[in-house]
Design a protein around this ligand. Structure first.
Ligand code: PLP
Length: 503
């Protein structure tokens, strides 16, 4: 064990066979095929005759491999990845929870998976029924009046929600100019406001990491369109004065937008519609367990109050006079479409399966377990890491690297070293109001055993920092690729394979 330079031995991770693998283009050899077809017994027609000028002739180099080579290629690559199915993925703000297999099963039912968006309404009653029931469930969960399922992600939901706000003020002949955003906000919030043509005005947080209501009162005026507020905030703190915040805005005719990406801390406990929120988005791919993070398309429904309903994207699902379901396109005040067809339908099925499988009590329990897990991690690590905001933690806890940074080890180094211990890194350097942030969101999926392994890993790394900081600075040691030059990777990315020039 002489070469063992680090303090502890990771309890979870061990070395295992992990095979080398070239790019699929490099494995290609001409003439190989992954299929065998019977001899052609119909006349051949060349592609150009069929497709005319739409035919592409510049296909470039396409890989040619046998079936087993393809299977092995992707299977080997898959063993290089970390996934929620391997262990805890405490990426704060992202809610990387387990995606129950039953959701996948339901979404693959033939009648749903093979349904075509242009199928006539009378043949789409099941699909429309899923959209209607999911809408009703989400309206009940949020306490809002109505919803659109169209947006394809959280940021896209923000965009849609702020378009509703803009259409609302416009319809009153009073286009307002600015949107207020707290300094703790997710980066997508100011980006959304700017893309929708608003000036962004920054709102400073108070010592508890919450909106300073007195400060807000000074800033809100007749030119304020809305406040965009993440609740619970990105430091996992509930805005306990949210109803006052809503009153301050409403008194000046401004609206309250809630970034609901963190609903995992609220579902079944409180409803934004009850505490004054006018419009909000949900992340089905976070709170409602549909796959995300390279794992599939997202879905960011936008729920709103009655006053914003006329502006919702078309079409909306309606019950027709004969009792069947249909799609209504004739909505003169609509902000228009934000997505092809009706949104990412496969995500609706998964989210509805999750909601129905849990039921109201199950969803409430989920929320309680998510908050309990975050508080367990907080309690176990509070004596090792600095906790800049002592306010009660909901679904995530944000430490800072201040104590360890004295030895030159920053949040990003810690995160890299976690990989050696068998965990996906937590979120680093966000939110910005915490310098050197270490943002940990365990979600309800984790057992006490996995949480304890994580806590042990974090403590051991902290000890390594004290005894051999260089070992942490050089991490990860167990991965196929060592520490990357992240700046070069971001600034000069090489995204395309090109055949090597014959020399
Ligand atoms: C994840 C997240 C978003 C953005 O959601 P995407 O689906 O990634 O676009 C917005 N706000 C908060 C607080 C989030 O956590």
């Amino acid at each position: 064990m002489a070469e063992e330079k680090f303090v502890g031995t990771p309890l979870k991770a061990a070395t295992h066979v992990n095979q080398n693998e070239n790019l699929i283009f490099e494995k290609s050899s001409p003439g190989k095929k992954a299929y065998k077809l019977p001899p052609l017994d119909v006349p051949t027609v060349d592609a150009h005759t069929l497709l005319g000028d739409s035919t592409r002739s510049d296909l470039g180099v396409m890989p040619e491999l046998s079936e087993i080579e393809i299977v092995r290629h992707f299977t080997r690559l898959s063993t290089w990845n970390y996934a929620i199915d391997l262990g805890m993925y405490p990426l704060g703000s992202c809610t990387m929870k387990y995606n129950p297999r039953v959701n996948e099963l339901v979404s693959r039912l033939e009648g749903l998976a093979e349904a075509h968006p242009y199928q006539p309404e009378q043949l789409s009653q099941g699909s429309l029924g899923i959209m209607k029931l999911l809408s009703e469930c989400l309206v009940e969960i949020t306490g809002m009046d109505t919803i659109t399922l169209q947006p394809a992600a959280g940021a896209h939901g923000e965009f849609t929600g702020i378009l509703l706000v803009r259409a609302y003020h416009g319809s009153k002949g009073n286009p307002r100019k600015k949107i207020l955003i707290p300094d703790s906000a997710h980066g997508t919030n100011p980006a959304t406001a700017a893309v929708c043509g608003y000036q962004v005005e920054n709102l400073k947080s108070n010592a508890q990491g919450m909106v300073d209501v007195a400060e807000l009162e000074k800033l809100v005026d007749e030119d304020t369109a809305a406040l965009m507020l993440t609740n619970p905030s990105t430091i996992g703190v509930f805005e306990s004065e949210i109803h006052k915040i809503a009153d301050v805005l409403h008194a000046k005719g401004a609206l309250l937008y809630m970034d609901g990406a963190n609903m995992n801390a609220l579902v079944g406990k409180v409803r934004p519609g009850d505490f004054g929120v006018d419009v909000m988005h949900l992340n089905l791919h976070k709170t409602f367990s549909t796959p995300h993070g390279g794992g599939g398309p997202g879905s960011g429904p936008v729920a709103c109050k009655k006053i914003l309903e006329p502006f919702l994207p078309a079409p909306v699902v309606v019950t027709k006079a004969d009792g069947t379901l249909g799609l209504e396109y004739n909505r003169p005040q609509s902000v228009g479409r934000v997505r092809a067809f009706y949104g990412n339908f496969g995500m609706f099925i998964r989210a509805l399966a999750y909601i129905l499988a849990n039921g109201p009590d199950g969803l409430r329990q989920t929320t309680e377990d998510a908050v309990l897990n975050a508080n367990y991690v907080r309690a176990k690590l509070e004596d090792t890491f600095e906790l800049p905001y002592k306010t009660r933690t909901l679904h995530e806890v944000v430490f800072s690297d201040r104590l360890q940074a004295r030895n030159g080890v920053k949040t990003g180094d810690f995160a890299k070293r976690l990989i050696d211990y068998g965990f996906h890194p937590y979120t680093t350097s966000f939110p910005m109001i915490v310098p050197g942030a270490m943002m940990i969101e365990p979600t309800e999926s984790e057992s006490k055993e996995e949480l304890d392994l994580f806590v042990d890993a974090m403590r051991q790394i902290a000890q390594e920092v004290a005894e051999n900081p260089q070992h942490v600075l050089d991490a990860p040691h167990s991965t196929r690729v060592a520490r990357m030059d992240e700046t070069t990777a971001a600034r000069k990315p090489v995204l395309r394979w090109k055949p090597e020039q014959a020399s």
